[in-house]
Design a protein around this ligand. Sequence first.
Ligand code: HEC
Length: 212
Amino acid sequence: MKSISKIAILFMVATVMVSCFDTGNPNYQYMPNMYAPVGYETYGEYEIFPGGQAAMLPAEGSIPRGWQPYDYPNTPDGLLLAKAELKNPLAVTEENLAAGKKLYDIYCAVCHGANGDGQGILVQREKILGIPSYDDAGRDISEGGVYHVQMFGLNSMGSYASQTNELERWQITQHVMNLKAALKGEPLVTPESIVAPTVEETTETVTTETEH
Ligand code: HEC
């Protein structure tokens, strides 16, 4: 009889202990110092922050690492200005030209065609209309303009600013300017063609100076 009541008491104690256990929460922690973070949790709720959330937007004017600010506005005037004055900072190298062609074939050729005549596969299948050829006289496509439309898109052409980085956009631009030159039957820009005129220019200046 005695042992039965002992067992009963033991059982009750065990039940009380187990019934208070919440599996969703660590009830007892042994030396909990490192369990709970000291800093604010990334998405935690804290009254001290505006909106009560630790996750906030970046401060105005912040520039993400590896991102360069682009000052030409996303307007028709911005496009004209970029067309007129924005220049490709990249050197003409085999690597840049090859990378530009590769990226162009991935991102642009579906609409603009591999040679830039506006006859990409989507145009042939009549999925999209109004793709210009790069030698379209009315558009007067320049390197600044090519970069600008990649940043912001233009009407039914989307922006490529999230898919490509600054270097890649300029590499694509280099390739597009060569496609335009090929369509117009003008000489292509190659690493050699860049070196040659500079030498000629220097000799010209030298000769003119000696004439005076
Ligand atoms: C979904 C199809 C599509 C894709 C893909 C596309 N474009 Fe376009 N692009 C267009 C259309 C449509 C226009 C004409 C927009 C207009 O003038 O209304 C255009 C216009 C242009 C122009 C002429 C801008 C001017 O000055 O008038 C350039 C340059 C250009 N695209 C470059 C590119 C480059 C570079 C890529 C790849 C990064 C690309 N496009 C990808 C559809 C596309």
